[in-house]
Each structure stands twice: as C-alpha cells, then as structure tokens.
Design a protein around this ligand. Structure first.
Ligand code: KIV
Length: 307
C-alpha cells in the first residue's frame, strides 16, 4: 500500500459514511416505521445551519418564518422568492447530512401550476433544496401531484398555516368534529398526491395523534403534541432570539438573547473605558522600525498583514 493510498481510502470511507448517513425521504419513512422520532429545526443562514446539521438534526427547513425571525417583517406574507432562494443557498453550503427543505413563500405557488413548478424547480436547481414545503390541504393536492411527477419532493403543511393569517388568524385548528374531518381529509389527500411528509401546526394533540396513525408518511408537529412522528421548532424560538412572548408549545433550550446582550454590553463598556483593545490584542512593528518611527522624519514603514 502506498503512503498516499491511506488518506484517499480514509477520505472515501468518510465520504461513504456521510452518504450512508445522509437523511432522505426514505430515512424519514423508515424512522416513522421504526417509531424513531424525527428531529427538525429551521435555519436561515450558514453558521446556524452548520450547528444544526452537525448536531444531527434530521430535517432542516429554511422556513418562511425567515420573514419574522430574521428579516423583521410582522408576518410571513412579505417574504419573496428571491429572499428564500438567497437564504436557502447559504444554508445549502452548510448542510451535509440533514434533509434540506425550503418553504415556498406566499405568492410563489398560488398563481398557476406552471409558475409554481418553475419556482419550485429554482429551489432545487439553483439553491440545492431537496424538497419544498407548501401550505394547504386538498386545495393543493393537484399541485403536490404535479410537483411530485416533476421529481420535486414536497412536504405538506396543514393546521395553522401562517400564510392564511388574514383568513384564519393565528389560532389552534381542528377543534370541532367537522374541522377534524377536514384536516384528516387534507392529510390523506396530500399523502395520496405524493407528499413525503406533512407538517401539522397548532392542532390538538389528540387530532395530531389521529392523523399520524392514519398516514403512512411521517407527520412533523409544531404545537401538535408528542404523538407526531417528528417535531420541528423555529430555531430563534429554541434559543430565545425573538422579541415576542413564545407560544405555549415552545421550549427554550438557551437564552441567546441574554447571552448576546451581555456580550455586547461588555464590549461597549470595554471600548468606552479604553479597556479594548489591549496591547496583546494589537499588532506591533519590529523594534528597529518602531525606533525609526519614533524618531522625527520617519521613513516608509512596511505594512503587516492582518491575520
Ligand atoms: O416557516 C416555518 O418556519 C414553518 C415551520 C413553523 C414549520 O413553516
């Protein structure tokens, strides 16, 4: 064996392991069948996507919650296709293992099937998404079927659908027998149309359990109780990087808001008090040049590269 063969073999073994571990639609299905919970989080940028992927989260969603979590809009409605593509590309550069799903923003799939397919293709071809998510139930089944036939994997999203805020508000859905029947019909229609998974948002635990049991494909809950096949949260809710009171279903695992506020205040105080930067945090000239500089009529000083 030559010396250069070893690293090549190691590299290809590593690459093979990564491929084996790569989460796909089939992995999600197998997890449902094995009753292993699917983990999912949103991410909108390179550094957080890297952390989420390296932590072994199965599904990473570039959600249109981007609009509220990152862009400062007061709903998801203003988010544009270009904004979603831009952030999906950044996330793509970070993600190696997780299944990367991109949200189709409001207006990008409602106008016509042709436009919806063209826009969905952009997420796959230009931004590297592996699936798109669209909101809606039976009314989107034909579109899900067309996208699936075009080899675009689709995640459905029913229950509270934030793009319908002006029609349904931000309210828990599926609280009457008729509404539960509707949700179940929506879920079954999306499954029959080829959806690879369905997000259930803000529905009673019992309803989510009922739908989860009725479907062969996985459900991924947010505010839908523990019986869903998987759970998703908005990253900024998880680490308290929002300015709002969290919803009942959010569990905060870190207080990044407090941590960052403290760090920024300490930096401000250090600069104000001439405590930053210190001498050790400064670059220095070689002594001979420093002496020349200190002397009157100093000659030209070579610049040190910042490292
Ligand atoms: O946009 C988003 O982040 C979502 C999740 C809440 C599922 O749709």
């Amino acid at each position: 064996m030559s010396l250069i063969q070893l690293p090549v073999r190691e590299a290809s073994a590593r690459a093979e392991k990564a491929v084996q571990e790569k989460i796909t639609a089939q992995t999600l299905l197998a997890k449902k069948q094995a009753r292993q919970p699917i983990t999912a989080l949103t991410a909108y940028d390179y550094p957080t996507a890297r952390l989420v992927d390296q932590a072994g989260i199965d599904l990473l969603l570039v959600g249109d919650s981007l609009g509220m979590a990152v862009l400062g809009y007061d709903s998801t409605l203003p988010v544009t296709l270009d904004e979603m593509l831009h952030h999906t590309r950044a996330v793509r550069r970070a993600v190696q293992r997780a299944l990367l799903v991109a949200d189709m923003p409001f207006g990008s799939y409602q106008v016509s099937t042709e436009q919806a397919v063209a826009n969905a293709l952009r997420f796959i071809k230009e931004a590297g998404a592996e699936a798109v998510k669209i909101e809606g139930g039976r009314n989107r089944a034909a579109l899900v079927s067309t996208l699936t036939q075009a080899e675009i994997a689709v995640v459905g999203h029913i229950g509270l659908t934030p793009q319908s805020v002006h029609r349904m508000g931000y309210r828990v859905q599926g609280r009457s027998i008729a509404a539960i029947d509707d949700l179940l019909s929506d879920a079954l229609a999306l499954e029959a149309a080829g959806a690879i998974a369905i997000v259930l948002e803000c529905v009673p635990r019992e309803v989510a359990a009922h739908i989860t049991a009725a479907l062969a494909i996985p459900t991924i809950g947010i505010g839908a109780g523990p019986e869903c096949d998987g759970q998703i949260l908005v990253f900024h809710d998880l680490v308290n990087l929002t300015n709002t009171t969290p919803a009942k279903f959010v569990r905060q695992y870190a207080d990044m808001g407090a941590l960052l506020t403290g760090a920024i205040a300490r930096y401000r105080d250090d600069v104000t008090a001439h405590n930053f930067p210190s001498d050790a945090e400064s670059y220095h000239l070689p002594a001979a040049i420093a002496d020349t500089l200190a002397a009157p009529f100093a000659t030209e000083v070579p610049l040190e590269r910042c490292k």
